[in-house]
Design a protein around this ligand. Structure first.
Ligand code: HEM
Length: 159
């Protein structure tokens, strides 16, 4: 792909993610590493999110209708959704967020505390401790979500 983009440079308004990586990487090694990393990390997560979102919208037709109406009102029928106007689709963002939460798409994250000992809510986490964030537990906590397993769009229209 990199070679293909090099042989066929994009026009100014046709840049894709890989073109940005190619322009910003400081070495060939960094470029190959980042490209591989982003593609591996980015494709199944995004694909599963899309599949779950479509599934929930089929199950909740009123949600699908609102997503549709928002696109019509904000973007219009003639323009396509893109990475710039996507920001304006506030309801759709809630739908994606709820799809990620309700499907528990990303059940955990993990980091090592690299810097120094730190205290979180009274608990000391020594330097070099691996910390696993139990996202799936939080996403299904009924003290936060009244009915965690029910698909519910938490939507406060402030426009
Ligand atoms: C709905 C889509 C996505 C979900 C649910 C998701 C979820 C996650 C989670 C849970 C982590 C672990 C974070 C941590 O341990 O702190 C992660 C890391 C990462 N994701 Fe995603 N991701 C998504 C899309 C993407 C996309 C599109 C890309 C790249 C184009 C990407 C690139 C990465 C990379 C590079 C890391 C490692 C970051 C690091 O170690 O600093 N992800 N993602």
């Amino acid at each position: 792909m990199i070679q293909h983009r090099r042989d066929n440079p994009p026009s100014d308004d046709d840049w894709t993610f890989i073109d940005v990586l190619m322009a910003k990487s400081s070495s060939e090694e960094e470029l190959i590493s980042d490209t591989t990393g982003f593609f591996i990390a980015g494709y199944h997560t995004t694909a599963f999110m899309m599949v779950w979102t479509l599934y929930y919208m089929c199950e909740n037709q009123e949600v699908q209708e609102k997503v549709y109406q928002e696109i019509i009102e904000v973007i219009g029928k003639d323009e396509q959704v893109n990475h710039v106007n996507l920001e304006l689709l506030k309801y759709m963002r809630c739908v994606f967020d709820e799809s990620i939460r309700c499907s528990v798409l990303a059940p955990f994250a993990a980091r090592v505390n690299m810097n120094a000992d730190m205290v979180v809510q009274g608990y000391t986490i020594p330097k070099w401790t691996p910390v696993v964030h139990a996202l799936g537990v939080v996403q299904m906590d009924d003290e936060i979500w009244p009915e965690p397993e029910r698909y519910t769009i938490y939507w406060l229209n402030t426009n």
